[in-house]
Design a protein. Structure first.
Length: 119
């Protein structure tokens, strides 16, 4: 089992920045990749950013590329999402997710943290 706990959401004005954190615990050695997803009101959950743990490759949705940065602190099993130049359309609940080695889908999800960007 892997547990994921997000923090760092809040209310910010357009153009501002926030940093989200995701603390992983449990069988973290079995994690192959991690990612941040987001779900805006009335919309489906969408991928925002992710990385493959062993290779270090990072991936971003076009909508956040150049503004968001995903990073990790291996010593503390924590993943971050630095969000700069935020826009009202970034308003959503942000979820951290982990995929285990051999899995096709993300196996574990955090509870989500709300990000609200005012215009």
């Amino acid at each position: 089992q892997v547990q994921l706990v997000e923090s760092g959401g809040g209310l910010v004005q357009a153009g501002g920045s926030l940093r989200l954190s995701c603390a992983a615990s449990g069988r973290t050695f079995s994690i192959y990749s991690m990612a941040w997803f987001r779900q805006a009101p009335g919309k489906e959950r969408e991928f925002a950013a992710g990385f493959v743990r062993s290779a270090g490759n990072t991936y971003y949705a076009d909508s956040v590329k150049g503004r968001f940065t995903i990073s990790r602190d291996n010593a503390n099993d924590t993943v971050y999402l630095q969000m700069n130049n935020l826009k009202p359309e970034d308003t959503a609940v942000y979820y951290c997710a982990a995929k285990l080695t051999g899995s096709a889908l993300y196996d574990y999800w955090g509870q989500g943290t709300q990000v609200t960007v005012s215009s």
